[in-house]
Design a protein around this ligand. Structure first.
Ligand SMILES: [Zn+2]
Length: 453
């Protein structure tokens, strides 16, 4: 090809209009330099961001322009831990000890009600709540995970969805061996899906035999997918494990070769310095769920120590029954303040650190750090616009301060996932929200009846 032909091809490529151009907002990129671009633009083609432009850069032609003056433009939030369908159990019982709450309310309600229909509608409700609150990726561990995937895809958000494996009969599989086979089929079915990252989720070491957790881990490694597990959440877990296995949870997982980069340890509360060193060495990550941990009085994860050891830590809401909402902005606010009061140190967990956990930190913890979590050319276009022309958000001195301490999920205006607008003007475009609320209320009636029997 001659030079003029190459030049013509180059110009054609440059001039090819982008699909969406977001202009005029304050772009909080969360890239390696933590750039904040005032009045810049984000260009999107297909599912990907093609450029983050400064105000002086020429703007490309665009098929659609989203005018973002007066808005913050941030990476979609990553909710690193939860059980989406438990929205249907929101507020069913509160203010009880963790074990009383689980054994007398949650487990009976689940054993009598969890069905594919329950999981589908509970997840629809959760996915709509999360989308409206600016969460574009969430991690889940529950039952009938194919229904979770169906609902997640219908609403149009991204899910790292873990098929549960547990050491006693569950609503979907009667034995852990069947659950492992089900998890593998689920992984194979959703491996190349544009929104779903399949995952395997042994519930916890105190509910699932170590050998089963080891097999689940082998599955995760074989398919290159995340393994999710609750780890040292209840204060008594380590003592139980020492009695059963002769060592604490993290020590046992390490000796079994499970603390690899595939593994995310949810909660990770009761950690010794040695445990933190084991997690760091193995390459596993953790999720921090401060509101659930406060509500169930489980304890507080040593997040500053995990972060200074270089471990990826995501932020999560946990299930709605122990929170009781899925608002990541509230979760950030709680995370920042809880560590301050517990350490009597108001410099602990600054806003920028907390916002990192809710975006790129969570993305890395879930093995998606190369694809999402920041606004950069080549990353997937998961983007949230927040209208800051509000009394409660005026004036603005520092974007991270606002994002952690002032903004609520209800301030979210527009949400894109994979370059597709799924929330606009604070309304979900992909599904009929009213229908979902009606279904949820109808299922609530059934749950109440089932518990009276
Ligand atoms: Zn959980």
């Amino acid at each position: 090809m001659t030079a003029p032909v190459l030049l013509a091809l180059f110009l054609a490529a440059v001039q090819e209009p982008v699909d969406i151009l977001i202009t005029g907002g304050t772009i909080v990129t969360m890239d390696g330099d933590m750039r904040v671009v005032e009045g810049g633009a984000v260009a999107i083609r297909g599912r990907e961001i093609t450029a983050v432009l400064s105000p002086q850069d020429p703007l490309p032609q665009a098929r659609q322009t989203i005018h973002a003056e007066g808005h913050l433009v941030i990476p979609g939030l990553v909710n690193a831990h939860g059980h989406a369908a438990m929205t249907l159990l929101r507020g069913i019982a509160d203010d009880l000890s963790l074990l009383e709450w689980l054994q007398n309310y949650i487990f009976p309600a689940e054993s009598k009600n969890v069905s594919p229909e329950f999981v589908y509608w509970g997840t629809m409700l959760a996915a709509v709540e999360m989308a409206l609150g600016g969460t574009t990726t969430y991690a889940d561990m529950y039952y009938f995970e194919e229904e979770v995937a169906r609902a997640t895809e219908t609403v149009g958000i991204r899910g790292v969805l873990g098929q549960s494996v547990i050491g006693f009969p569950a609503p979907d599989y009667k034995t852990p061996e069947e659950a492992l086979a089900g998890a593998e089929a689920f992984i194979e079915r959703f491996k190349d899906h544009p929104l779903i990252v399949p995952s395997v989720a042994p519930h916890a070491l105190y509910t699932t035999p170590l050998d089963i957790v080891r097999k689940a881990h082998a599955l995760a490694v074989k398919h290159g997918v995340p393994l999710q597990i609750h780890a040292v959440e209840p204060p008594e877990e380590n003592d139980q494990m020492i009695e059963k296995l002769g060592k604490g949870t993290i020590h046992a997982l390490d000796d079994a070769g499970i603390l690899t980069k595939e593994t995310i340890l949810h909660h990770a509360i009761w950690l010794s310095d040695e445990d933190i060193a084991r997690i760091q060495k193995g390459g596993a990550s953790t999720s921090h769920n401060p509101e659930s941990n406060m509500k169930t009085a489980s304890g507080l994860s040593p997040v500053p120590e995990l972060l200074s050891a270089g471990i990826s830590v995501g932020l999560g809401t946990d299930g709605a029954a122990s929170n009781n909402n899925l608002d990541m902005f509230e979760e950030m606010d709680s995370a920042a303040k809880l560590h301050k009061i517990m350490r009597k140190d108001s410099t602990a967990m600054p806003a920028k650190t907390v916002f990192t956990m809710a975006t790129i930190g969570g993305a890395k913890a879930l093995g998606l750090g190369e694809r999402i979590g920041s606004l950069e050319a080549g990353k997937l276009a998961d983007i949230v616009l927040i209208d800051i022309r509000e009394p409660s958000l005026t004036p603005l001195y520092d974007v991270y301060s606002h994002l952690v301490y002032a903004i609520k999920g209800s301030h979210v205006d527009t949400v894109l996932v994979n370059g597709r607008v799924i929330v606009q003007g604070g309304r979900v475009l992909t599904v009929n929200t009213e229908e979902i609320l009606e279904k949820a209320r109808a299922i609530q009636e059934k749950i109440i009846e089932s518990l009276e029997k």
